[in-house]
Design a binder for this molecule. Structure first.
Ligand code: ZN
Length: 74
């Protein structure tokens, strides 16, 4: 969906992106990788405007932070 700009559910191409953010106390659409607000990794949403299907992606530059987080479980 992010790469193809095609909705996997309905096959249409009406995709929009909403950027995640990290606000006070970790509010917003994010993953808190540590104890402070600076450890927030934003989660971006891709939404199909035809059927409402939603996918969430983290930017590849932030994946290192996710992988090394002490909060991550395997
Ligand atoms: Zn769709």
């Amino acid at each position: 969906m992010k790469n193809t700009n095609t909705c996997p559910k309905c096959g249409k191409h009406n995709i929009v992106r909403f950027d995640g953010y990290t606000g006070a106390y970790g509010s917003g659409n994010n993953v808190m990788t540590g104890a402070t607000v600076f450890s927030g990794v934003n989660v971006n949403r891709y939404i199909c405007c035809d059927c409402g299907f939603t996918e969430e992606w983290i930017d590849t530059c932030d994946l290192d932070k996710i992988e090394k987080s002490k909060k991550a479980k395997r």
